[in-house]
Design a protein around this ligand. Structure first.
Ligand SMILES: Nc1ncnc2c1ncn2[C@@H]1O[C@H](COP(=O)(O)OP(=O)(O)OP(=O)(O)O)[C@@H](O)[C@H]1O
Ligand SMILES: [Mg+2]
Ligand SMILES: [Mg+2]
Length: 282
């Protein structure tokens, strides 16, 4: 990623900006639109796109004209460049994890210290199952991916200070930067006070609900714990409590957590009672 990043000159940067600005209107952004935005001739843009295509930063396609879109790598390099330009990230570290819908890196930020950069990749073609389930129309999947990152960042902004979530630092393109939390996923640890930890998690769900947000993908994989407490992470699927699917998602989130504690620690709580507690109906 770093080598790719260094291989980009000003012209390339302008081309990537132009693809980003126009990807909401074109599945493949035409050369003439890029040329206009960059003030560079179409011939030069075509040459540059050939290079970017060879680097797997863009995916180029000839129809009546040559058009270009981002690859996951390309969108990530573009987003990283913007994060560095605005001083949110100063150095990218190692990969912390790679899931079906994201790649997560350790990084350094001058302002915030150790941070985590999550590059979203919702619906990318190599992840066939995800693609089959969703209807993209003629939008390029990069649009979906950027939306997913934005949704996560917005949820974190709304929740931080009210519930225990990582501090959001910045968002650009498909990348969301948060402050690093020194804790492990719930499923990795054997906790000695499961009753207390379960209560803390339910309290967080309640606080998020009061703030108008339902996680939508809550489980032992998206809860971090250490001896200081619990944190809820991973918000791209979050919905507003006014969403028509809200109650269904909330119940599923709560059920995932209760089932995990019952299975792992033989702790049983009544789903209906817990739902009432969360919605403040007790
Ligand atoms: N702020 C953070 N502090 C510490 N660790 C983090 C932070 N954010 C993410 N992580 C780590 O990265 C992992 C993946 O992050 P996250 O859950 O947000 O992505 P992901 O969406 O699960 O990927 P996928 O759902 O595709 O598997 C987490 O399980 C956690 O270990
Ligand atoms: Mg996760
Ligand atoms: Mg996830």
């Amino acid at each position: 990623m770093i080598e790719l990043y260094r291989g980009l000159d000003r012209k390339d940067e302008c081309i990537l900006n132009a693809i980003f600005d126009n990807m909401w209107d074109f599945e493949y952004v035409p050369v003439h639109a890029i040329a206009r935005e960059c003030g560079i001739s179409e011939e030069k843009i075509e040459l540059a796109l050939k290079k970017l295509g060879g680097m797997r930063i863009t995916e180029n396609k000839y129809t009546e004209y040559l058009g270009a879109s981002f690859t996951f790598k390309g969108l990530s390099v573009f987003s990283l460049k913007r994060l560095v330009n605005k001083n949110a990230v100063s150095m990218l570290g190692n990969i912390m994890g790679e899931g079906k819908e994201s790649v997560v890196y350790n990084a350094m930020s001058e302002r915030y210290g150790e941070v985590v950069v999550k590059f979203h990749r919702v619906g990318y073609p190599s992840f066939k199952k995800v693609k089959e389930k969703r209807d993209y129309g003629s939008l390029h999947y990069t649009v979906l991916t950027v939306r997913s990152a934005k949704r996560e960042y917005n949820a974190l902004k709304k929740l931080y200070g009210y519930a225990s979530v990582p501090q959001p630092v910045a968002w650009e393109g498909n990348a969301v930067v948060t402050r690093l939390i020194d804790a492990k996923e719930l499923f990795r640890v054997k906790i000695s006070n499961p009753g207390d930890v379960l209560d803390m998690i339910l309290e967080e769900i309640k606080k998020m609900y009061a703030r108008g947000i339902i996680h939508g993908d809550l489980s032992q994989f998206n809860i971090l714990v250490n001896s200081d407490g619990v944190w809820i992470i991973d918000f791209p699927q979050s919905v507003d409590t006014k969403d028509p699917m809200a109650q269904e998602y909330l119940e599923r989130d709560v059920k995932n957590v209760l089932d995990y504690f019952e299975r792992t620690y033989r702790l049983k709580k009544d789903l209906k009672e817990v739902m009432k507690y969360i919605k403040d109906e007790t």
